[in-house]
Design a protein around this ligand. Sequence first.
Ligand SMILES: N[C@@H](CCOP(=O)(O)O)C(=O)O
Length: 466
Amino acid sequence: MKYISTRGQVEPKGFIDTVLMGLADDGGLMVPEKVPTVSESTLQAWSKLSYIDLFLNIFALYVEDEIPADDLRQLAEKSYANFRHPEVAPVRQINDSLHIMELFHGPTFAFKDVALQFMGEFYSYISKKYGEVIHILGATSGDTGAAAIQGVRGKEGIKICILHPHNRVSKVQELQMTTVDDQNVLNLSVKGNFDDCQKIIKDLFADLPFKKQHHLRAINSINFVRILAQTVYYFYAYFRTQEAAAGRPINICVPSGNFGNIFSGFLAQKMGLPINKLIIATNENNILERFVKTGEYKPGDFRSTHSPSMDIQVASNFERYLYYFLNEDAAKVSAYMQQLQSEGQIVLSGADLEQVQQDFAAHGASNAECLDEIRKYKQQYDYLLDPHTACGIAAYELYNGDNEVCVTLATAHPAKFDEAIILCDIKQDFPAPIAALFDMPQYQTVIDHDQDEVVRQLESFYTLQV
Ligand SMILES: N[C@@H](CCOP(=O)(O)O)C(=O)O
């Protein structure tokens, strides 16, 4: 299995080099040269596997012999040992048509742990086995940062710097990141929004001499391994719902900001998982909804919402979708991305738009809708949704058809977003690890939205002996 760039200017790479490269050196995103497909009989055989065995079977198709099978098993077992649920990602049936896959049983109570616990172990393995220097640079709207830091804190040979938007993440998200006192962690709180943070890190990754000199590694979903690790739970969700669905089509509804989570579902579908509909849920930052409904992909005005992890206008994995949408034509992808940069938009119409609408349905929930869903599900089912999952539920209610079953992905635990829960007049008890954060000192550097300042911070952090 080799990996290539969506823009076609990178020599094919193996799995490990692809992970280490992160953002492709030509500015594109790495994708498998050929997506492996699985037969019906394989799906049948996989449907009874435990989460870890399923993970190993799927990874085997992408990693081939680059990592010995025993090593990969150890890495996977270590990655999921800290999850609070033995199934890793359990599925709960809420009513006849709705199932919720709880992806928040990892150390930082968000779906990001599922991939980032593995990435932490993987980077540590690569650092020990090959002596690679691992200097992680990432941007977060709240959840990725906390999960990435948790995945590598205190690990030898690894340093991590995370940019988050100052005062634009929830209090718990901020505490999860900034109460970590390990010397290998640097939190930069940037006066700006998530898109500003993501742009800074992408520009630094695109500066190849800088990237090489400082051994920059990515943990965001620009890194293909993030996508792959998330693909596993789509298979798991499908298999765990099949019995209750009793032959009815199964849809999956996905709260998504950076398009990484939903793209993992798209990849699972491409591999042969018979997901009926992929439903994108987002908030008032509804670029993805507008794209699916009108064909116009155009970043709009940034809004602060009750679901801050999805406060994103420029969705980085959109480019991976474009690549497959354009029949893997890298020259066309480059032209579209060039157009996005110069004209600020991409517009699809006619048969192209119809194709997009076959691939996805999408809904951007308003702030009011989000809170209404939280109240409603607490009242009707005594189930407390976090605000991102609530946006997902709003989308499920709109797009799940009669006689269809839907798995909505619960991407975070409500305790991470008490600001929204309080607005619904609901009182929740915090799980102990979250409650403990409020008594801890914080470590972060607040900086202006200024790339040169980030460079200065990185240069001193990466040369620091820890
Ligand atoms: N919602 C994310 C934003 C970054 O997305 P990623 O999937 O590319 O890491 C967050 O919580 O940080």
